[in-house]
Structures are given as C-alpha cells and as structure tokens.
Ligand binder design. Structure first.
Ligand SMILES: [Zn+2]
Ligand SMILES: [Zn+2]
Length: 144
C-alpha cells in the first residue's frame, strides 16, 4: 500500500487528479461555510501537501471566499462543467490543498488510513446527519 497513487475526479470526468497515499490528515468540518459550500451537513477533507495533488484533466474552476470570522481567503475548487466540489486551498494554512474525500475513485480507501481524523466546528453540527437508534436505516434506498 505504501506510495500507492490514488486517483479521483468530478462526476462528469473532466477534472481528474492523483494524490500520493496517504493524506496528512482527514478533517470533517461542521462549520456553516462547509455546510453551505457542500449543500449538506459537513465537508470531509483529505489534506495533502499542495504540490502532491496533481490535476491530470481540466483545471478546476475556483471561487475565492473570505471568511466572515477571520477575513482570510479560501479558494474553493470545483468542476466548471458539472459543479462537483473538489476541495480548497486556504490562506490560513499555506502549502496544503484539501481533496473532498468523496471524490476519490475509491473513497473507501480512506476508511483504513492511519492518519489523524478530526471533527472540527462541532458547535454547528447538524444532527440530521447522524445515524442514531431512533432513525430508520436502510442499506439501500427505502423504495427498493
Ligand atoms: Zn465535472
Ligand atoms: Zn468548514
């Protein structure tokens, strides 16, 4: 497994990337910004050294956001054709790039990586993302 190259990309396939095996860390971010930019309960970011992520297809489109709290920029990256969220770079932590964990060709590989996994901004965590004892759970869709 060591030094295995991992690949991923957007839904339509125009933006492709490779990363080394393993990320520096995986961060699940429950902040309001991540909720809005992903349209769901949290962002899940595999964090790599910026130069270790190599785009092999179209370059991703970018949008510069300034944090309401710090005023610092975050450049979100996404496919300009299909809109898939691909991750971001940020002024606060130079030299790293996040890769949206669900965009790997095999997102399951992150299940077993021995790197720090952290949940941050839990103050705005949405409980509708939790699988608790009192919710209905199906291995596939309930319509099946
Ligand atoms: Zn795309
Ligand atoms: Zn966030």
């Amino acid at each position: 497994m060591a030094n295995e190259v991992r690949s991923g990309g957007c839904v339509c396939g125009e933006v492709r990337y490779t990363t080394p095996d393993n990320p520096l860390r995986v961060t699940v971010c429950h902040c309001l910004w991540c909720q809005r930019r992903t349209g769901t309960a949290f962002g899940t970011e595999a964090v790599f050294a910026e130069h270790d992520v190599v785009f092999t297809g179209e370059k991703p489109a970018r949008y510069r956001h300034h944090s309401d709290e710090s005023g610092r920029w975050l450049d979100v990256e996404f496919c300009g054709r299909c809109g898939t969220n691909l991750g971001f770079t940020l002024e606060a932590v130079p030299g790293v790039r996040t890769v949206a964990a669900g965009t790997f060709d095999d997102p399951g590989w992150l299940d077993g990586v021995a790197v720090p996994l952290r949940h941050v901004y839990a103050r705005s965590r949405r409980h509708w993302g939790d699988i608790t004892a009192d919710v209905e759970v199906f291995d596939q869709h309930f319509r099946r």
